[in-house]
Design a protein around this ligand. Structure first.
Ligand SMILES: Cc1cc2nc3c(=O)[nH]c(=O)nc-3n(C[C@H](O)[C@H](O)[C@H](O)COP(=O)(O)OP(=O)(O)OC[C@H]3O[C@@H](n4cnc5c(N)ncnc54)[C@H](O)[C@@H]3O)c2cc1C
Length: 551
């Protein structure tokens, strides 16, 4: 090999896993290079809500009299008896070794964040924003936005609420400062394209290949390579290994267009022998791996991430979307112009503090305390229209001028994306159906379907009963021109399956052996059903620390 750069530890990705890994390795004396594909650090973590479920006995839990411990956290996150109202178990398929390591390091990770400049909202841990964080005690902490400009708007939040607003910007910018201050070298716009091993399936990891524009470089890792690439949901073929329905129309991934989850870490590791792990956690219907949109009329329509014109990536997002305050104001139709479910239906739920109440740990009787509720909005949306093709096709919100007035929407750019075909307007329903043409609308929407659907729905408003889908008392007719069609297709949120790792975050090969010098954490790692930041931050620290011991 001819190497252009070298360091003791090479970290791929500057997100929630990568920056802590880099800082802790650097502080332990290693030289560290972080390569980041995008033009800025942060990954999905910087776009996140900054709700950080670290527990197991943090200083803040102690301060507020919350009795938590690593053992309790471990028991919570491996409690097979917890099920969602739809019958899916949150924790049953977690790898005990991975969860034990998380439980043991969780509180220390929180204190580490404090010591590295992250300010948390000064209040007791709660349950806000949690997804598979354990039923017994509150663990959710909130990184304060402080004065950092947000990636969503390009501006800091209002100073009056900066210390009480939870934001991923308040988590990741202090970590960037800490990394740079410690002497971590961050190479932005350098995308890892391959991982080098002594032989394709044996020996230690030697380094990585990266691309930056036309420049290809090889970076040697004297001790370790840490994969912190953030998961796989943006890779169409990869994500469809778990769920064949997730075809190309599911293009509104949460976190994009700030950064992608293109499975590049998983694929590069698999080329050198790595195994995948914990795959049930990806397709299990618990938490929010796939979500109902909260915004309509734009491609990137995740409910908790709205791109505003001041954002540095607004040219990629193209529109902010219209936030739906009341789903009574729209009807949702599939690509053939037919309704498919009660528009007000929710997406999947998630276990969180107090979700199961009363709760008897590890008792099958917990299920008796839940009313069965299959939460099928998503499954209906993804069901398809009876073709031999996978994927449900686009979902469109159809509404009229009266709905625009009730919601106080301004249905034009930059709020909606007319140029790329995520929003249409017409004076009649027939013209509206005929106008809907865009790459994912793979068959024209029959105008008479839309007309029939609206006529039938308006009759339900008259009677007050939706005999087709049980929407609770349909309130408003769709009858006042102009009429609108806004993109309302489900959003893929996060990866919960990935590379097989052990408690040290070392990557394991297909025969069960450690791949020397290769580590992984966060959404690219498998075995752990929990959503989000806590496991990523924690595994970053575990990987970065252990990487120093790699021969
Ligand atoms: C809108 C939104 C809100 C969220 N809110 C919360 C929340 O409130 N609480 C919570 O717990 N979780 C939340 N999450 C989830 C959380 O942000 C992620 O789980 C977490 O950031 C995952 O960390 P990671 O290190 O695995 O990936 P990321 O933080 O995404 O970092 C991965 C990085 O790797 C880079 N990368 C990828 N491939 C390459 C490559 N080939 N070469 C170089 N670099 C590469 C990416 O560009 C990215 O910067 C949210 C996610 C989103 C999208």
């Amino acid at each position: 090999m001819r190497w252009q750069d070298e360091a003791d530890v090479v970290v791929i990705g500057a997100g929630a896993t990568g920056l802590p890994a880099a800082i802790v390795a650097r502080e332990a004396g290693a030289s560290v290079i972080v390569v980041e594909a995008e033009a800025d650090i942060g990954g999905h973590a910087i776009t996140s809500g900054g709700n950080v479920p670290l527990g197991g006995g943090t200083s803040v839990q102690h301060k507020h009299g919350i009795d938590d411990s690593p053992d309790l956290l471990f028991r919570d996150l491996t409690d097979w008896s917890i099920v969602e109202p739809n019958g899916f178990p949150d924790y049953r398929y977690n790898d005990r070794e991975i969860v034990r390591a998380f439980a043991d390091e969780s509180a220390a990770t929180f204190e580490w964040l404090l010591a590295h400049g992250v300010v948390f909202v000064d209040k007791a841990p709660d349950a806000r924003g949690g997804n598979a964080v354990g039923n017994s005690v509150p663990r959710e902490m909130h990184a304060a936005a402080m004065a950092w400009p947000t990636v969503q708007t390009g501006q800091p939040v209002d100073p009056d609420v900066a210390a009480i607003t939870s934001s991923g910007n308040g988590l990741m910018r202090p970590l960037e400062v800490a990394a740079r201050r410690a002497g971590v070298q961050i190479m932005l716009e350098h995308r890892m394209t391959s991982i080098y091993r002594e032989t394709p399936a044996a020996g230690r990891i030697l380094g990585i290949g990266v691309r930056s524009g036309a420049d290809e470089r090889a970076i040697r890792a004297r001790k370790a390579v840490i994969i912190a690439t953030g998961g796989s949901t943006g890779n169409l073929d990869f994500r469809r290994m778990f769920d064949p329905r997730l075809t190309e129309e599911y293009c509104g991934l949460a976190g994009m267009p700030w950064s992608d989850q293109d499975a590049s870490g998983e694929l590069a590791a698999m080329v050198v022998g790595a195994s995948l792990w914990g795959l049930t956690n990806q397709s299990g219907e618990f938490g929010w791996p796939v979500t109902k949109p909260g915004l309509i009329g734009c491609q990137y329509n995740y409910t908790n991430l709205q791109w505003m014109p001041g954002s540095p990536v607004f040219h990629k997002a193209r529109a902010s979307g219209l936030r739906v305050k009341d789903w009574q104001n729209v009807i949702l139709v599939n690509m053939l112009g037919r309704r498919f479910y009660d528009e007000t239906g929710p997406h999947f739920t998630a276990n969180n503090y107090g979700s199961v109440d009363p709760y008897v740990p590890l008792s099958y009787r917990n299920a008796e305390n839940l009313a069965y509720d299959p939460n099928n909005w998503l499954n209906a949306a993804l069901a398809g229209v009876g073709e031999t093709r996978n994927g449900g096709g686009p979902i469109w919100a159809i509404f009229d001028a009266a709905a625009v007035a009730r919601e106080a929407w301004d249905p034009q750019p930059p709020h909606v994306d007319t140029a790329a075909g995520f929003f249409f307007r017409a004076n009649t329903l027939e013209e509206l159906a005929n106008a809907i043409a865009m790459p994912y609308q793979r068959t024209p929407m029959p105008a008479h379907h839309v007309q029939e659907t609206v006529t039938r729905y308006n009759a339900f408003v008259t009677t007050g009963v939706d005999v087709d889908f049980g929407k609770p008392t349909p309130l408003y007719k769709v009858e006042t021109p102009p009429f609108y069609a806004a993109w309302a297709t489900p959003v893929i949120h996060d990866s919960r399956a990935g590379l097989r790792i052990n408690a040290n975050c070392q990557v394991i090969d297909v025969r069960g052996g450690v791949i020397p010098g290769l580590y992984c954490g966060g959404e690219s790692a498998g075995g752990f059903s929990q959503h989000g930041l806590a496991r990523a931050l924690c595994q970053g620290l575990i990987a970065g620390r252990h990487a120093m011991t790699a021969g």
